[in-house]
Design a protein around this ligand. Structure first.
Ligand SMILES: Cc1cc2nc3c(=O)[nH]c(=O)nc-3n(C[C@H](O)[C@H](O)[C@H](O)COP(=O)(O)OP(=O)(O)OC[C@H]3O[C@@H](n4cnc5c(N)ncnc54)[C@H](O)[C@@H]3O)c2cc1C
Length: 628
């Protein structure tokens, strides 16, 4: 094995590892996937855990932008990176008290500054975790009876078991974070008090108010707001659903089974009073939905699946979007249908129909397009209408922030979208008051909230005149005999085993996780993007051997004049020949153009090269951040 150290073009190498680049916390996804493939489970766990105090949670429900970027997806299907994170974390039970990640993150000496964090969601707790490790005194204030934010309040048990949340939150609290539950900023403690008692404040209050819909009938009894419905169901409060519930849209509910399911949940939460009431019966004002309302359909799907589990006989989900346009993950839509939920695409709610003040149906009209020619949310409808009979309507059309706690503090500005205005360091317009997560960016995903938590902690540290210095240690590992695992291209993406539909009752988790054979097989599918074919132009004799042997046809040998006009190569050509490609005479020089997306790192080009002009090299980089 040889090593070299100069990194000529960092951006090129980053681009070549698209999974890591796509991850908001730059998880070394490829490396943990590969470690699982060769049975190095603890190494895989440490790689997955290093940037992420919620690695167990995200192994189950991450939006996995890494998979969308995965190059294997261009060949057949992306690596099941999220499922492999679960595989790695499932093999390290934090509850057993042994967390090998502790050695990664040793705590610093105490620093004498106090930080208040409002909201014990993923953003707030990640920030608390980092600040505690940096030696700050951290108090987290949470209005719910339990920490976890939407992990606990929004996402149902059957997608995320509560022991997993508890285990991860306990592990964060064990770093020296003080948690105060049932404390609502603006009610139990004022913003002024908080600001006077702490040296800095992070607002990570999320979006816990559902958007309402300004259509006739929205005030009828039997109309629920999706977020209220999920919060109440997840905290174990009794919800009276009908038999046919439409989640917006709609469906049918069997009240007896719903009660039984709700009681089952109640036992584990120990909850005693509802957090938010059903708004329909109290006749709350309906407001016009804003464009952001369709940004995420996950709450709609979760509400629909939760309704079915609560005992509804028929649950129907009405979506403005066509099946292909639905923002929900297709796998989740598939599971919902598998459980008996009917998805009605391309219909929009027009009126909630009622009799004697109670819902009897939802009138919908056919949606012909959701976005206008400028790509803005602006649905257009045809004259076609129908009424879907139902007795419960759950409106799950988006969320908004409740910023009532700001009352009178005009120095913390709010954007026209109703979220907190922040700068690039996540500081609001008031010095010392920071904001992160959904309340600062609008509805997003968990891994972004983790990234915000880290960023907020770093910014708060710098605000206190602390310093953070990042160093990156780089080296190229040059392989003499590089080989990909035998048959790796033939291995199909492993399918997540799931509980049979007839056993999906109550809180039972639907996804069961890969077994060992699946984990190893999936790990071996990785294309190992960190390994690059490095071409040494001074040794190349332009024999075309590499081009001939490449099984993926990803190499082309061309005259240098043919790449003129291509900005990517122009700078390189100028550097080497002192002139633009346009001024070179034909036949003077050649170039090998490589399609990185198609390369499968098989190394046949390197083996074939008669002059050893091609080497297989992995760029290994280790980032170290020192906080002073
Ligand atoms: C139903 C649903 C399903 C989702 N599914 C997924 C998924 O599968 N994958 C994914 O990646 N993302 C998912 N998301 C998105 C994800 O949950 C959010 O992006 C993430 O939770 C945002 O984290 P946060 O810390 O900013 O806010 P939150 O998680 O919302 O946490 C905010 C916390 O602040 C507390 N709070 C609010 N106001 C106050 C106050 N005044 N005083 C004290 N405390 C307060 C709240 O009670 C809450 O605990 C889902 C969202 C929902 C609603």
């Amino acid at each position: 094995m040889r090593y070299s150290v100069t990194v000529p073009d960092q951006e090129y190498f980053d681009r070549n590892i698209p999974c890591r680049t796509a991850c908001p916390i730059h998880t070394e996804c490829g490396r943990y996937v590969q470690a699982i493939g060769i049975s190095r489970d603890e190494e895989a766990y440490l790689l997955a855990r290093a940037p992420n105090p919620f690695a167990y949670v995200l192994g189950r429900i991450c939006a996995h932008p890494c998979e969308d970027a995965c190059r294997r997806g261009k060949i057949d299907e992306p690596i099941a990176i999220c499922a492999l994170k679960r595989y790695a974390t499932d093999r390290h039970n934090l509850g057993g008290g042994h967390d090998p990640a502790r050695k990664l993150l040793p705590p610093a000496a105490k620093r004498g500054k106090k930080v208040a964090i409002v909201g014990a969601g993923v953003c707030g707790l990640t920030c608390a975790h980092d600040l505690a490790l940096l030696g700050y005194s951290v108090d987290v204030f949470e209005s719910a009876p339990v920490p976890g934010g939407m992990l606990y309040l929004g996402i149902p048990h059957f997608r995320l078991p509560r022991e997993i949340i508890k285990m991860e939150v306990d592990n964060i609290l064990a770093r020296g974070v003080t948690l105060h539950t049932r404390v609502t900023l603006g009610r139990d403690i004022s913003f002024a008090e908080l600001r006077s008692q702490f040296d800095a404040v992070l607002l990570a209050t999320g979006l816990n108010k559902g958007r309402e819909l300004n259509i006739p009938g929205a005030h009828l009894a039997g109309v629920y707001n999706g977020i209220d419905f999920l919060i109440n169901a997840n905290l174990g409060y009794e919800i009276e659903l009908g038999k046919r519930v439409v989640v917006v849209g709609g469906g049918n509910v069997a009240i007896d089974v719903a009660r039984a399911a709700v009681r089952l949940v109640n036992e584990s939460s120990g909850a005693t009073e509802p957090l938010a009431g059903r708004h329909g019966a109290s006749g709350a004002e309906a407001t016009q939905p804003e464009p952001a309302a369709t940004e995420s359909l996950q709450p709609a799907l979760d509400a629909a699946r939760m309704a079915l589990r609560s005992g509804a006989e028929q649950v129907c989900l009405v979506s403005l979007e066509s099946r292909q346009q639905m923002p929900a993950w297709q796998s989740e839509v598939h599971e919902a249908e598998h459980e008996g939920i009917v998805v009605e695409n391309s219909w929009g709610p027009k009126e909630i129909v009622g009799s004697d003040g109670v819902v009897t149906g939802l009138r919908v009209r056919a949606c012909v397009s959701v976005f206008d020619e400028n790509g803005r949310f602006n649905p257009a409808f045809s004259d076609e209408e129908k009424v879907i009979p139902c007795d419960t309507v759950v409106l799950a059309i988006g969320q908004q922030a409740d910023l009532s706690f700001l009352g009178g503090h005009e120095d913390v500005q709010v954007t026209p979208r109703g979220i907190l205005k922040i700068d690039e360091n996540l500081m609001t317009t008031a010095p010392g008051v920071f904001a992160g997560g959904d309340v600062a960016f609008g509805p997003r995903v968990l891994v972004e909230a983790v990234a915000n938590g880290h960023r907020a902690a770093r910014s708060i540290h710098v605000f206190f005149n602390g310093k953070s210095t990042k160093t990156v240690l780089s080296r190229f590992r040059i392989f003499n005999n590089w080989e990909m695992p035998r048959g790796f291209l033939g291995i199909p993406r492993q399918t997540m085993p799931v509980l049979p539909a007839n056993r999906r009752i109550g809180i039972a988790e639907v996804e069961l996780g890969f077994d060992e054979a699946q984990g190893r097989a999936e790990g071996l599918r990785c294309l190992k993007c960190q390994v690059n074919t490095i071409f040494d132009g001074s040794k190349c004799i332009l024999c075309n051997g590499c081009v001939d042997i490449c099984p993926e046809n990803c190499l082309r040998l061309v005259d240098l004049t043919q790449v003129q006009g291509d900005e990517r190569y122009e700078a390189l050509i100028r550097k080497r020949y002192g002139m633009s490609a346009a001024n070179l005479s034909p036949g003077r020089a050649g170039a090998i153009i490589k399609n990185e997306e198609k390369c499968i790192r098989c190394a046949l080009c390197a083996q074939r090269c008669p002059t050893q002009a091609i080497t297989m090299e992995a760029l290994e980089q280790q980032e170290r951040e020192v906080f002073e």
